[in-house]
Design a binder for this molecule. Sequence first.
Ligand SMILES: Nc1ncnc2c1ncn2[C@@H]1O[C@H](COP(=O)(O)OP(=O)(O)O)[C@@H](O)[C@H]1O
Ligand SMILES: [Mg+2]
Length: 253
Amino acid sequence: MKAIEFQDVSFSYNSEEVLSDLNLEIGRGEFVAILGPNGAGKSTMLKLTLGLLRPKKGTVKVLGFNAYEERDKFVDKVGYLPQREEIHLEAPLTISQVVKLPMLAKGKKVGEESVRKALKIVGLENISDKLFSELSGGQQQKVLLARALLSDPEILLLDEPFNGVDVLSQEKIVEVLAEMSSRGKTIVAVVHNINPLLHNIDRVVLLNRRVVAVGKPNEVFSEENIVKAYGTSIPIVVCEEGYTHPLYGDYHG
Ligand SMILES: Nc1ncnc2c1ncn2[C@@H]1O[C@H](COP(=O)(O)OP(=O)(O)O)[C@@H](O)[C@H]1O
Ligand SMILES: [Mg+2]
């Protein structure tokens, strides 16, 4: 059984189709990065995987369950780090409260020990009483990663985990993901820059409303595929660190 399967999936919020005829299988224990321009449907793909949206056509399966219709059966096995823009915290919450929030919202009890453990993984166990709003972008993102790890999920879905993150926090996040990957977790990360994850990922999906290409980074980042996905020929620079994308990543020309 696959971790995640998209079978002929199409989706639209209104009249305009956002995802068309998506077919994709992600195996258990695979580490996959999703890249594509803004508006490509990357976040929508993660939400379909979480069963938060119903496909207009086709089926999304997670651990063999229908993502939309059988959400309850797998949702505890999936950890989710939403895109930064989607996090709106009205009240001043502490780190520890932010970590517990989704579980409490589901009516589940959360032990202090599991919160401490999750925060320890990202190296923030000593400041759990600090206000979330007072943290740096990197620290906030690590708190959200801890939250995604809280139920020790089998699958991790990460929407732009490096957005607004400093270099050291980025390294820590990569280290945590590498560790999770080595423990057999399935990881799907939406990123704009593949470099930080290049040595850890198994495959890349290039998305622009459709799957433009799937495979190893050196197969996927051909000029033809880049033009198809981004609508423009952006030189992909191959250097020691890997493949960089001048618009979205560090340029090591
Ligand atoms: N809740 C929504 N209602 C209507 N349109 C939406 C909604 N969320 C996203 N969209 C639109 O769907 C398209 C894909 O969005 P999204 O999945 O967020 O892309 P990405 O994450 O790749 O930037 C975009 O054109 C976006 O404007
Ligand atoms: Mg997005």
